[in-house]
Structures are given as structure tokens and as C-alpha cells.
Write a protein that binds this ligand. Structure first.
Ligand code: HDD
Length: 720
């Protein structure tokens, strides 16, 4: 029979369960023998499955190797020890060459607007259609064991398990990419990852080779500006946008093609960290984002995104000063609105991080009937790369049979064998055409000329004949400065200050002065004022001449949609309130804060100096969720300090309490204080305490959970 993903029928009693163990638990009440015949341990656990080798042999002793006498050498024949140790030796697989560090979740996608006029994909034919999804968010540069909050772009990869196969929308959290042509991808990645001779820095772009590459490749500047902006340090994976980036095509039942771009709009709004938090969190909690996503889903606070499309009119596209096939250019939402067509809800955590996060394989080439690619040279290269990388990373051409990658619809073809082949096809039909069915045998599947996937034949977006084959960059790709300029001018003042600060920080780490100057030369083509501020921050007394530009920047209208702060005011929903409670704290005030946070859909943690908790003013003991020394104010969006006299005496001399207050204040977060809390802050930061609230003002504190006192940042950290 042709290969299919319905597992071959075997004796159900012995068929491995989804976790590979046999589901035939026996009572595990048995006695363990020792070498000298004595009974050393009565094993009692009548719920446990029986421990076996990988081949089903029940094991009697999982504590000791087999040896020649109690003190003799271990025996080669010990198959139990050998299998267990050998398997352990081979547990790791090659990490992804980029996006190695990721966090995953399962969920569903529900169509909110059918678009049959655009595509014949079954999923989008009816409002209310629903399918499972699996999402992987990732950083780009760091290794699998690196940190969650570096300044970096974030991967945003979504696998839709639809009735017509898996659709993988493998995007990022920025609407554009660094390069225009896949040819430059290995160079880009080599330049940003740790430097080849010294093996550092890990998960950081602030070093010579990255900025050397950037200074010589102006097409990278637009995405670099986004990376230097607050988009590069998201507060949480739940509060960031996602983008398919490329121009894709949708094909309706009549074969008519439309050009689209995909957007993921977070229902929780967008929010970022401040660089100082991001840097500190890399030490305080390098799993900050992974933990945040996991705990939110555990708590039933399911993050949601709306999927939107921009439908691009080719005639309109032909009139634009940029090429919609150029992945370093975005299409302002104000010019081509984003239409929302569905909602993704992430509502289930992974069962096993390795089986799902490490083994999931995303391919931009996984599309549906009624979809197609554009001639975007970056997308074209990606179509080539991912299939190749999955085979080498997962060690088998049959990686699609790994549960997380398997389609959840019928799958039949004539592909056979290969490492880790788990299917048992029957019959002789492993080729097509064949006439075996006429002979009463299994003839295997046939292509579906009408309903099967077809590439479009119409020309590309700008009417070029797709049959020409050239290695030339279209002149329409030549403007690398107008959109980075538009991006910077679309930002609010604090956001632009952060870009300047980030550029100064990064370039200060570049040891070769000529590279710093080359980057400044490029920056001058984007925005001279920004270039001057960065040069000032670097202590450069002279600005280099602007780099030669194939196309000078034009002043495009700012696009307010690009500014985080100009987005709809982030609400308290989904944020985290930390309440540091000292002995004698006002019980009513604490309860009011907890109730207010819960009503607003925020989460709330109680912190005290001892995990056992604090004694409140009404004599009750409030257990703590976090012990002060291990629960810094970094991890919260706003904090409150409330204590009575007895608690105050302990807190005022505790450096962790002083830092708790000082960091919340210096990170511009809302800070609710009781009188003792105010004294603590005074001691911590010399008496500056504007933007603080009364600890009894529960509504006021919760309402400011997602705000920052931007106007105060200037005095705290004057931008260059
Ligand atoms: Fe890529 C992984 C996103 C350009 C080649 N890429 C990878 C992942 C994401 C992206 C989210 C992680 C998938 C996962 O979680 O497993 N990549 C992008 C975006 C790009 C992009 C949004 C530009 C618009 N990528 C790109 C190019 C190439 C690749 C131009 C090669 C020509 N990307 C890969 C890869 C990876 C990958 C080497 C490494 C691990 C993997 O594929 O599964 O094949």
C-alpha cells in the first residue's frame, strides 16, 4: 500500500502509545533482590507502568550495574546499563543554525472572515472554520541554551494543521528582513553570530563583524533600525506582532492571483522592555519569555492574535517607490489596510520540549491549494533551504513522520524507505503510472488535476515575464534609506531615543574604529540628525561623509502604525503585578490590589522576605509566591510595597528590598508605596519618588500596569 500516515495495524496490546511506552501497567509491588539474597527494598507503587528496556524487556533493578561480585568489575553483558547509557549519549540533535532558541505552544485558528474571492484554500471558505496550530517563537542569533531577552529579532512560526495539509507561515516580529536576496543569508548569519575565531559574543549583535557587515550592506539598515528599536526587546512573546514579511499570492477557484502580505496582531497590544531590564533579565531569568508564555497558558490566560492580510493591487504596486518583491520594504498599513481574517488562540503547552520544540520542522514551502509564492528572491531561497536543513537537523528524510510534523489529513504518495521509516506500505506500487489496480492489486494514489496544488502562471507583480532568468538586482530594489528614515520618523520621542541609545551601545562594542565610522556614514543617508546624536554618544568629534548611495532617501510620510507607543494604549490585561509585603501590612489594601488585578485580567504575585509569607495587620499570614531575593521587580510590570512598622524594620536594611524599589523606579514602572515603602525608596534612590502612587490606590496602580513614565526617562538616562 502507498505510504500513508495512518499507522500500520498491529496487535493493539503491543502497539506503542503516543509516548512510546506500552500501556499495560502491572502492579509494581515486588521485592528487589540483593547480591547476598537479602531483601533490601519493597517497591510499592501500584500505579506505575512496568520499567522495561527499549525493546520491552521488564527490568528488575534500575539502581545497579551488573558486576563480578559486589566489588568486582562491571560486566560487558549488562544490556540494561549499556542501552541506558548509550541512549543517553545520543540524546542531543544538531541545534538550528539560526533561531536555535525557541518557545512553543499549541492552539487553534478560527476563520473570522471567509475569503473565497481571494483563495480556494478550504480553510478560508467559511467563517468559523477551525484548525489546530502549533507555534514556535524564537530568537535568531543565540544558541539553544542562550537567553530570552537579548536585543534581537524574534521568529514567529505558525504551523496550521488543515484538511488540505500543513500550512507553515514562518515569519518574524518585524515586517521586513535584513537582506533582499537569499544569497546573502549565510553571510548575514555568520556576521551576527559569535565571531569565528573567538567564539563570542553569544546572542548579541553588538560586535565588530555584525556592524562591519551592516556598514557594507545598506539594505540591512531598515531591519537594523527595527532591531535597535524597542521591537528588538519585547516584554513578552504574548505582546508582540508577527509578520509573514514576503509578498505571497492567493489564488481563487477561477485561478485569479492576488498579492498579499500577512500580519499577526496581538490582542494584548504591543509592549517592550527597557534595555536595562533586558540586560539584567539575561542574568536574572534567562528563560523570562519561555516561562511567561508557559505560565500564562497554565493559568488559562490564553494569548490571542488576529491574522490579517494586506491585499495589494499590482497597478498600485507598480507606482510605489519600492518593489513589493523586496523583503526589506514594508507596505504602510495606512496605504494598504490590514483586513483581519481569523484569530489564533494559544491554549496548550507542549507535553515534551524536545519532542515538540526541537523536532518541529517549519518549511515556508508548506502551503495550501489556493496559495502560491511570489518571485521575491529571499522567499525563493527560503523555499530551497528549509527542506534541506530539516533533513540534516533531524537526521532523516522522513522527518514529516515525527508526530509534531505529520499532517492530520490523508497523506499518500510513492516516496519510500529512508532512515526512520515508520510506515509499512503494502503491495508493489511504488511507482506511477502503473496498471496494478487493473490486475486487482493496490495501484496507489493519483494526482488531482482539479483540486490539487497548482502554481500560478500569471506574471509577477510588476508584469515582468517570469521566464527570463537573470542574476541582476532589479533597479526597483535600489532604495535602502527611505524606509529606514520613514521608520525612525514614525517613532515617538522615547522610542527614537532608545534607537540612538542602542546604536551607541552596540557601536561602542565594535573595536574597529573604521567600522564605527562606516556605520555612521550609512546612518547619514538615513537621518543626519540621528547620525550626529550617535556620533556624539560615541565621542566622535567628526562625522564621516555620507556613504555613496545608489538611490538617495526620499521623505516618505511617517506611518503611525510602526510606533509601539502610538498603538492603542496597552491595557492591564495580561500584565503582572508584584506586591512586596512586609509584616504588619494593611490586609485590606493587599486584598483590594489582588482583586483589582484579577478583575483587570492581570496576574498578581505576593513577594516577601521569607517564602512562608508575611503576617498582615489582621493577624492572618499571607503566603508568598516568591521570596524577595529571588523575585526581583524586573519581572513585573508594576509593583507595590506595603508593610507595617515591624516589617519595615526588616525591609529597610535588606539590600534586596532597596534594589526592588530602586529598579522598579528606574525602569519607570508604576510603584505603589505605603509610608514605609516611601522611606525605603528614599533610601534606595535619594528621595526622588515622582510617578509613585499610594499603595491603597489599587485602581490607580493596576490601571498603570502597562505604562511607563517616559517623561521621566530624560532625567534618568539622558539620550545622546
Ligand atoms: Fe529562516 C529557521 C524566519 C530568512 C533559512 N527562519 C527560521 C525560523 C524562522 C525563520 C522563524 C525558525 C523556525 C523554527 O522555529 O523552527 N527566516 C525567517 C524569516 C526570514 C528568513 C522571517 C526572512 C523573511 N531563513 C531565511 C533565509 C534562509 C533561511 C533567506 C536561507 C536561504 N531559516 C533558515 C534555515 C532555518 C531557518 C537555516 C534554520 C532552522 C530551520 O530552518 O528550521 O533553514
Amino acid at each position: 500500500m502507498a505510504q500513508s500516515n495512518t499507522p500500520a495495524k498491529t496487535n493493539p496490546a503491543s502497539a506503542p502509545g503516543h509516548d512510546g511506552t506500552n500501556s499495560n501497567p502491572i502492579s509494581a509491588t515486588f521485592t528487589q533482590e540483593t547480591g547476598n539474597g537479602g531483601e533490601i527494598q519493597q517497591m510499592t507503587d501500584d500505579t506505575a507502568a512496568r520499567l522495561t528496556t527499549n525493546h520491552g524487556l521488564p527490568i528488575s533493578d534500575n539502581q545497579n550495574s551488573l558486576r563480578a561480585g559486589t566489588r568486582g568489575p562491571t560486566l560487558l553483558e549488562d544490556l540494561v546499563l549499556r542501552e541506558k547509557i548509550f541512549h543517553f549519549d545520543h540524546e542531543r540533535i544538531p541545534e538550528r543554525i539560526v533561531h536555535a532558541r525557541g518557545s512553543v505552544a499549541h492552539g487553534t485558528f478560527t476563520v473570522s472572515k471567509a475569503i473565497p474571492e481571494l483563495t480556494r484554500a478550504a480553510l478560508f471558505q467559511k467563517k468559523g472554520n477551525i484548525c489546530d496550530v502549533f507555534v514556535r517563537f524564537s530568537t535568531v542569533a543565540g544558541g539553544a541554551g542562550s537567553v530570552d531577552t537579548p536585543r534581537d529579532i524574534r521568529g514567529f512560526a505558525v504551523k496550521f494543521y488543515t484538511e488540505e495539509g500543513n500550512w507553515d507561515l514562518v515569519g518574524n516580529n518585524t515586517p521586513i528582513f535584513f537582506i533582499q536576496d537569499a544569497m546573502k543569508f549565510p553571510d548575514l548569519v555568520h556576521s551576527v553570530k559569535m565571531e569565528a575565531d573567538r567564539g563570542y559574543p553569544q546572542a548579541a549583535s553588538a560586535h565588530d563583524t555584525f556592524w562591519d557587515f551592516v556598514s557594507l550592506m545598506p539594505e540591512t539598515l531598515h531591519n537594523v533600525m527595527w532591531a535597535m528599536s524597542d521591537r528588538g526587546i519585547p516584554r513578552s512573546l504574548r505582546f508582540m506582532e508577527g509578520f509573514g514579511i514576503h509578498t505571497f499570492r492567493l489564488i481563487n477557484a477561477e485561478g485569479k492571483g492576488s498579492f498579499v502580505r500577512y500580519h499577526w496582531k496581538p490582542r494584548l497590544g504591543i509592549q517592550s522592555l527597557i534595555w536595562d531590564e533586558s540586560a539584567k533579565l539575561q542574568g536574572a531569568d534567562n528563560d523570562f519569555h519561555r516561562r511567561d508564555l508557559y505560565e500564562a497558558i497554565e493559568a488559562g490566560s490564553y494569548p490571542e492574535w488576529d491574522l490579517g492580510i494586506q491585499v495589494i493591487d499590482p497597478e498600485w504596486a507598480a507606482r510605489q517607490p519600492y518593489d513589493i518583491l523586496d523583503a526589506t520594504k514594508l507596505i504602510p498599513e495606512e496605504e494598504v489596510p490590514v483586513q483581519l481574517i481569523g484569530t489564533m488562540t494559544l491554549n496548550r503547552n507542549p507535553d515534551n520540549h524536545f519532542a515538540e520544540n526541537d523536532q518541529v520542522a517549519f518549511l515556508p514551502s508548506n502551503i495550501l491549494p489556493g496559495m502560491d509564492f511570489s518571485a521575491d528572491p529571499l522567499l525563493q531561497g527560503r523555499l530551497f533551504s528549509y527542506l534541506d536543513t530539516q533533513k540534516s537537523r533531524l537526521g532523516t528524510t522522513n522527518f514529516h513522520q515525527i508526530p509534531i510534523n505529520a499532517p492530520r489529513c490523508p497523506m499518500h504518495n510513492f516516496q519510500r524507505d529512508g532512515m526512520m521509516q515508520t510506515q509499512i506500505p503494502k503491495g508493489r506500487a511504488n511507482y506511477e503510472p502503473n496498471s496494478l489496480a487493473k490486475a486487482g492489486e493496490i495501484g496507489g494514489p493519483r494526482a488531482d488535476a482539479k483540486g490539487g496544488f497548482r502554481s500560478t502562471t500569471d506574471s509577477d507583480a510588476l508584469g515582468n515575464d517570469p521566464t527570463q532568468k537573470v542574476r541582476l538586482r532589479s533597479e526597483t530594489f535600489a532604495d535602502h534609506y527611505s524606509q529606514p528614515r520613514m521608520f525612525l520618523r514614525s517613532l515617538s520621542k522615547p522610542e527614537l531615543d532608545h534607537v540612538v541609545g542602542a546604536l551607541v551601545f552596540e557601536l561602542s562594542k565594535v573595536s574597529i574604529k573604521a567600522i564605527r565610522e562606516a556605520v555612521l556614514a550609512q546612518l547619514r543617508n538615513i537621518d543626519d540628525e540621528v547620525a550626529k546624536r550617535v556620533a556624539n554618544g560615541l565621542g566622535m568629534d567628526k562625522l564621516p561623509d555620507a556613504a555613496p548611495a545608489a538611490r538617495k532617501a526620499v521623505d516618505l510620510p511617517p506611518s503611525p502604525a510602526l510606533s509601539i507607543l502610538k498603538h492603542k494604549a496597552p491595557a492591564p490585561k495580561g500584565r503582572k503585578l508584584g506586591i512586596l509585603v512586609g509584616d504588619g501590612a494593611d490586609a485590606a489594601a493587599v486584598k483590594k490590589l489582588q482583586d483589582e488585578a484579577r478583575t483587570a485580567g492581570a496576574s498578581c504575585m505576593i513577594i516577601s522576605q521569607k517564602i512562608g509569607g508575611a503576617k498582615l495587620s489582621d493577624g492572618s499570614v499571607l503566603p508568598a509566591d516568591g521570596q524577595l531575593a529571588g523575585t526581583p521587580s524586573l519581572i513585573f510590570d508594576a509593583v507595590v510595597i506595603t508593610t507595617g512598622k515591624e516589617g519595615y524594620d526588616a525591609l529597610i536594611n535588606d539590600p534586596a528590598a532597596l534594589e526592588f524599589a530602586a529598579l522598579a523606579w528606574s525602569h519607570l514602572k508604576a510603584l505603589g508605596l505605603c509610608p514605609g515603602g516611601r522611606k525605603l525608596l528614599d533610601k534606595a534612590n535619594g528621595g526622588q519618588d515622582e510617578f509613585t502612587l499610594d499603595h491603597k490606590d489599587a485602581k490607580g496602580v493596576v490601571a498603570k500596569l502597562a505604562d511607563r513614565a517616559w517623561d521621566r526617562e530624560e532625567d534618568l538616562r539622558p539620550a545622546p
